[in-house]
Design a protein around this ligand. Structure first.
Ligand SMILES: [Zn+2]
Length: 308
Protein backbone atom coordinates (compact mmCIF):
# COMPACT_ATOMS: atom_id res chain seq x y z
CA UNK A 1 0.00 0.00 0.00
CA UNK A 2 1.49 3.32 -1.02
CA UNK A 3 0.03 6.79 -0.75
CA UNK A 4 2.90 8.90 -2.02
CA UNK A 5 6.57 8.67 -2.80
CA UNK A 6 9.21 10.77 -1.07
CA UNK A 7 12.37 11.72 -2.97
CA UNK A 8 15.51 13.46 -1.73
CA UNK A 9 18.93 13.15 -3.44
CA UNK A 10 19.84 12.33 -7.03
CA UNK A 11 23.14 11.67 -8.77
CA UNK A 12 24.26 11.95 -12.39
CA UNK A 13 27.45 11.34 -14.34
CA UNK A 14 29.14 14.69 -13.80
CA UNK A 15 27.79 17.36 -11.46
CA UNK A 16 26.44 15.12 -8.70
CA UNK A 17 28.70 12.08 -8.30
CA UNK A 18 27.26 8.92 -6.82
CA UNK A 19 28.71 8.31 -3.35
CA UNK A 20 28.47 5.13 -1.33
CA UNK A 21 26.04 5.55 1.54
CA UNK A 22 24.53 8.67 -0.05
CA UNK A 23 21.13 7.09 -0.69
CA UNK A 24 20.79 8.95 -3.99
CA UNK A 25 19.29 7.59 -7.21
CA UNK A 26 19.94 8.33 -10.89
CA UNK A 27 17.52 9.61 -13.51
CA UNK A 28 17.45 6.07 -14.95
CA UNK A 29 16.35 4.76 -11.55
CA UNK A 30 13.77 7.52 -11.43
CA UNK A 31 12.32 6.40 -14.78
CA UNK A 32 12.24 2.81 -13.51
CA UNK A 33 10.23 3.98 -10.51
CA UNK A 34 7.82 5.97 -12.69
CA UNK A 35 7.37 3.03 -15.08
CA UNK A 36 6.70 0.76 -12.10
CA UNK A 37 4.18 3.23 -10.63
CA UNK A 38 2.48 3.66 -14.01
CA UNK A 39 2.08 -0.08 -14.32
CA UNK A 40 0.88 -0.84 -10.80
CA UNK A 41 -0.66 2.34 -9.44
CA UNK A 42 -2.50 5.43 -10.49
CA UNK A 43 -0.05 8.32 -10.55
CA UNK A 44 -1.88 11.57 -9.83
CA UNK A 45 -0.97 15.24 -10.24
CA UNK A 46 -0.92 17.27 -6.98
CA UNK A 47 -4.29 19.01 -7.50
CA UNK A 48 -6.08 15.83 -8.36
CA UNK A 49 -4.46 13.98 -5.47
CA UNK A 50 -5.42 16.60 -2.88
CA UNK A 51 -8.96 16.81 -4.21
CA UNK A 52 -9.32 13.08 -3.66
CA UNK A 53 -7.90 13.32 -0.13
CA UNK A 54 -10.30 16.15 0.66
CA UNK A 55 -13.30 14.21 -0.61
CA UNK A 56 -12.20 10.97 1.02
CA UNK A 57 -12.20 9.27 -2.37
CA UNK A 58 -8.50 8.39 -2.43
CA UNK A 59 -7.93 4.77 -3.47
CA UNK A 60 -5.25 2.34 -2.31
CA UNK A 61 -3.46 2.55 -5.62
CA UNK A 62 -3.38 6.35 -5.84
CA UNK A 63 0.11 7.81 -5.57
CA UNK A 64 1.81 11.17 -6.06
CA UNK A 65 5.43 12.31 -6.22
CA UNK A 66 6.98 14.52 -3.53
CA UNK A 67 10.44 16.11 -3.33
CA UNK A 68 11.73 17.50 -0.02
CA UNK A 69 14.30 20.13 0.93
CA UNK A 70 14.60 22.22 -2.31
CA UNK A 71 17.74 20.36 -3.35
CA UNK A 72 19.54 21.63 -6.42
CA UNK A 73 20.06 18.07 -7.72
CA UNK A 74 16.27 17.71 -7.93
CA UNK A 75 16.08 20.72 -10.19
CA UNK A 76 19.09 19.79 -12.34
CA UNK A 77 18.63 16.02 -12.62
CA UNK A 78 14.90 15.37 -12.26
CA UNK A 79 12.96 18.47 -13.22
CA UNK A 80 13.83 17.97 -16.95
CA UNK A 81 12.71 14.33 -16.68
CA UNK A 82 9.40 15.36 -15.10
CA UNK A 83 8.89 17.79 -17.98
CA UNK A 84 9.64 15.08 -20.56
CA UNK A 85 6.97 12.85 -19.08
CA UNK A 86 4.61 15.73 -18.40
CA UNK A 87 4.44 14.83 -14.71
CA UNK A 88 3.60 17.27 -11.93
CA UNK A 89 4.85 16.87 -8.38
CA UNK A 90 5.03 18.44 -4.92
CA UNK A 91 8.17 20.28 -3.82
CA UNK A 92 8.48 21.00 -0.10
CA UNK A 93 10.79 23.87 0.73
CA UNK A 94 12.34 25.02 4.00
CA UNK A 95 13.06 28.72 3.79
CA UNK A 96 16.21 28.97 5.92
CA UNK A 97 18.02 27.18 3.09
CA UNK A 98 17.71 30.53 1.28
CA UNK A 99 18.89 32.65 4.20
CA UNK A 100 22.41 33.81 5.04
CA UNK A 101 22.55 31.24 7.75
CA UNK A 102 21.21 27.92 6.44
CA UNK A 103 20.86 25.00 8.87
CA UNK A 104 23.94 22.73 8.91
CA UNK A 105 22.42 19.33 8.17
CA UNK A 106 22.68 19.38 4.37
CA UNK A 107 26.24 20.75 4.62
CA UNK A 108 27.24 18.06 7.11
CA UNK A 109 26.00 15.42 4.70
CA UNK A 110 27.82 17.05 1.78
CA UNK A 111 31.04 17.35 3.80
CA UNK A 112 30.95 13.73 4.98
CA UNK A 113 30.13 12.26 1.56
CA UNK A 114 32.02 14.47 -0.89
CA UNK A 115 35.18 15.56 0.90
CA UNK A 116 36.57 12.16 1.91
CA UNK A 117 37.48 9.10 -0.13
CA UNK A 118 35.28 6.91 2.03
CA UNK A 119 33.36 7.05 5.27
CA UNK A 120 36.19 5.52 7.32
CA UNK A 121 38.45 8.39 6.32
CA UNK A 122 35.77 10.74 7.65
CA UNK A 123 35.49 8.72 10.87
CA UNK A 124 39.28 8.82 11.34
CA UNK A 125 39.32 12.61 11.19
CA UNK A 126 36.27 12.74 13.48
CA UNK A 127 37.74 10.47 16.19
CA UNK A 128 41.01 12.33 15.93
CA UNK A 129 39.30 15.70 16.30
CA UNK A 130 37.38 14.51 19.37
CA UNK A 131 40.64 13.34 20.96
CA UNK A 132 42.35 16.67 20.24
CA UNK A 133 39.52 19.13 20.86
CA UNK A 134 37.42 17.37 23.49
CA UNK A 135 39.89 15.18 25.43
CA UNK A 136 37.59 14.91 28.43
CA UNK A 137 34.70 13.66 26.27
CA UNK A 138 37.08 11.32 24.48
CA UNK A 139 37.91 9.71 27.81
CA UNK A 140 34.22 9.32 28.59
CA UNK A 141 33.92 7.47 25.29
CA UNK A 142 36.91 5.23 26.11
CA UNK A 143 35.46 4.39 29.51
CA UNK A 144 31.77 4.04 28.67
CA UNK A 145 31.58 2.61 25.17
CA UNK A 146 30.43 -1.02 25.16
CA UNK A 147 30.89 -3.21 22.10
CA UNK A 148 27.22 -4.29 22.27
CA UNK A 149 26.06 -0.67 21.67
CA UNK A 150 23.44 -0.70 18.86
CA UNK A 151 23.91 -4.43 18.45
CA UNK A 152 20.27 -4.55 17.31
CA UNK A 153 21.48 -3.00 14.04
CA UNK A 154 23.75 -5.65 12.52
CA UNK A 155 24.44 -3.55 9.41
CA UNK A 156 26.36 -0.93 11.43
CA UNK A 157 30.12 -1.27 11.33
CA UNK A 158 32.22 -0.88 14.48
CA UNK A 159 33.11 2.66 13.33
CA UNK A 160 29.43 3.48 12.65
CA UNK A 161 28.58 2.49 16.21
CA UNK A 162 31.46 4.37 17.83
CA UNK A 163 30.62 7.46 15.78
CA UNK A 164 26.97 7.35 16.81
CA UNK A 165 27.88 6.75 20.43
CA UNK A 166 30.18 9.77 20.54
CA UNK A 167 27.73 11.96 18.62
CA UNK A 168 24.53 11.02 20.47
CA UNK A 169 25.72 10.01 23.95
CA UNK A 170 28.90 11.97 24.57
CA UNK A 171 29.13 15.17 22.50
CA UNK A 172 25.42 15.93 22.02
CA UNK A 173 25.15 19.64 21.08
CA UNK A 174 28.98 19.94 21.03
CA UNK A 175 28.85 17.67 17.98
CA UNK A 176 27.88 20.64 15.81
CA UNK A 177 30.89 22.70 16.96
CA UNK A 178 33.18 19.77 16.34
CA UNK A 179 32.02 19.22 12.75
CA UNK A 180 32.28 22.97 12.06
CA UNK A 181 35.85 22.78 13.35
CA UNK A 182 36.58 19.81 11.05
CA UNK A 183 35.11 21.75 8.13
CA UNK A 184 37.40 24.66 8.88
CA UNK A 185 40.44 22.36 8.94
CA UNK A 186 39.45 20.89 5.57
CA UNK A 187 38.74 24.40 4.18
CA UNK A 188 35.13 23.50 3.49
CA UNK A 189 33.17 26.64 2.57
CA UNK A 190 29.44 26.56 3.25
CA UNK A 191 29.01 29.70 1.22
CA UNK A 192 30.56 28.10 -1.85
CA UNK A 193 28.69 24.84 -1.47
CA UNK A 194 25.32 26.47 -0.80
CA UNK A 195 24.52 27.14 -4.43
CA UNK A 196 25.55 23.61 -5.36
CA UNK A 197 23.27 22.09 -2.75
CA UNK A 198 20.12 24.20 -2.84
CA UNK A 199 17.90 25.53 -5.59
CA UNK A 200 17.74 29.27 -6.17
CA UNK A 201 14.61 31.36 -5.66
CA UNK A 202 14.32 31.60 -9.47
CA UNK A 203 14.35 27.83 -9.73
CA UNK A 204 11.55 27.52 -7.18
CA UNK A 205 9.63 30.04 -9.26
CA UNK A 206 10.31 28.04 -12.43
CA UNK A 207 8.90 24.92 -10.76
CA UNK A 208 5.82 26.81 -9.68
CA UNK A 209 5.33 28.41 -13.11
CA UNK A 210 5.54 25.04 -14.82
CA UNK A 211 2.68 23.66 -12.77
CA UNK A 212 4.39 21.98 -9.82
CA UNK A 213 3.06 22.56 -6.32
CA UNK A 214 5.33 24.24 -3.79
CA UNK A 215 4.55 23.51 -0.14
CA UNK A 216 5.82 24.27 3.35
CA UNK A 217 8.54 22.30 5.15
CA UNK A 218 9.16 24.68 8.15
CA UNK A 219 11.66 27.54 8.18
CA UNK A 220 14.80 26.02 9.73
CA UNK A 221 14.03 22.30 9.35
CA UNK A 222 14.24 21.34 13.05
CA UNK A 223 14.92 17.61 13.28
CA UNK A 224 12.67 17.46 16.37
CA UNK A 225 10.03 20.10 15.75
CA UNK A 226 7.66 18.32 18.14
CA UNK A 227 9.98 19.40 20.98
CA UNK A 228 9.38 23.09 20.22
CA UNK A 229 6.58 24.97 21.94
CA UNK A 230 3.50 26.24 20.13
CA UNK A 231 4.78 29.77 19.50
CA UNK A 232 8.14 28.59 18.12
CA UNK A 233 6.34 26.23 15.78
CA UNK A 234 4.00 29.04 14.72
CA UNK A 235 7.05 31.18 13.94
CA UNK A 236 8.67 28.32 11.96
CA UNK A 237 5.66 27.86 9.71
CA UNK A 238 4.69 31.55 9.47
CA UNK A 239 8.17 32.50 8.22
CA UNK A 240 8.11 29.57 5.83
CA UNK A 241 4.64 30.53 4.56
CA UNK A 242 5.67 34.15 3.94
CA UNK A 243 8.79 33.12 2.05
CA UNK A 244 7.06 30.68 -0.28
CA UNK A 245 4.00 32.82 -0.94
CA UNK A 246 6.32 35.74 -1.79
CA UNK A 247 7.66 33.55 -4.63
CA UNK A 248 4.47 31.87 -5.82
CA UNK A 249 2.06 34.75 -5.07
CA UNK A 250 -0.44 32.09 -4.06
CA UNK A 251 -2.11 30.81 -0.94
CA UNK A 252 -0.48 27.60 0.26
CA UNK A 253 -2.50 24.62 1.45
CA UNK A 254 0.03 21.76 1.63
CA UNK A 255 3.22 20.84 3.52
CA UNK A 256 5.45 17.97 4.58
CA UNK A 257 6.69 17.44 8.15
CA UNK A 258 10.49 17.83 8.49
CA UNK A 259 11.95 14.43 9.46
CA UNK A 260 8.33 13.27 9.68
CA UNK A 261 8.03 14.81 13.16
CA UNK A 262 5.05 16.77 14.52
CA UNK A 263 2.67 16.92 17.47
CA UNK A 264 -0.79 18.33 18.24
CA UNK A 265 0.61 21.88 18.38
CA UNK A 266 2.03 21.46 14.86
CA UNK A 267 -1.37 20.44 13.53
CA UNK A 268 -2.98 23.41 15.30
CA UNK A 269 -0.41 25.81 13.82
CA UNK A 270 -0.93 24.41 10.33
CA UNK A 271 -4.71 24.71 10.55
CA UNK A 272 -4.32 28.28 11.72
CA UNK A 273 -2.28 29.05 8.60
CA UNK A 274 -4.88 27.43 6.36
CA UNK A 275 -2.79 24.37 5.56
CA UNK A 276 -5.14 21.50 4.79
CA UNK A 277 -2.77 18.74 3.69
CA UNK A 278 0.43 17.38 5.22
CA UNK A 279 2.74 14.48 4.43
CA UNK A 280 4.58 12.33 6.95
CA UNK A 281 7.87 10.61 6.05
CA UNK A 282 7.05 6.97 6.64
CA UNK A 283 4.44 4.31 6.13
CA UNK A 284 4.01 3.64 9.83
CA UNK A 285 1.13 3.79 10.19
CA UNK A 286 0.39 3.23 6.52
CA UNK A 287 -3.06 4.83 6.42
CA UNK A 288 -4.08 8.50 6.17
CA UNK A 289 -4.60 9.40 9.85
CA UNK A 290 -5.89 12.85 8.85
CA UNK A 291 -5.42 15.04 5.78
CA UNK A 292 -2.42 16.57 7.63
CA UNK A 293 -0.90 13.12 8.22
CA UNK A 294 -0.59 11.38 4.87
CA UNK A 295 2.00 8.56 4.79
CA UNK A 296 4.89 8.47 2.32
CA UNK A 297 7.22 5.76 1.10
CA UNK A 298 10.91 6.51 0.67
CA UNK A 299 12.21 6.15 -2.90
CA UNK A 300 14.86 3.67 -1.70
CA UNK A 301 12.13 1.27 -0.60
CA UNK A 302 10.32 1.63 -3.91
CA UNK A 303 13.59 0.76 -5.68
CA UNK A 304 13.86 -2.35 -3.51
CA UNK A 305 10.38 -3.52 -4.43
CA UNK A 306 11.24 -3.10 -8.11
CA UNK A 307 14.46 -5.07 -7.78
CA UNK A 308 12.75 -8.08 -6.21
ZN1 LIG B 1 13.33 17.59 4.94
Amino acid sequence: MKYSIMFHHFHDDHKYPEVQGGGSISSDDFHLIIDYLDENFSLLAPDEYLKKVEHGSIQEGDVCLTFDDALKCQFDVIYPELEKRNLKAFFFVYSAAFSDNPPPLEFFRDFRLNFFNNVNEYYDLFFNAVRRLYPQQYNVFLNDYQTDYLSAFPFYTENDKKYRFIRDKVLKEKYFDLVFEMMKEKKYSQLQRKEKLFMSVDEIKTLHDSGHTIGLHSHSHPTQIHNLDYSSQLEEYTKNYKFISSITKRKINVMSHPCGNYNDDTLKVLKELGIKFGFRSSLTPSYIMSSLEIPREDHANVMNSINF
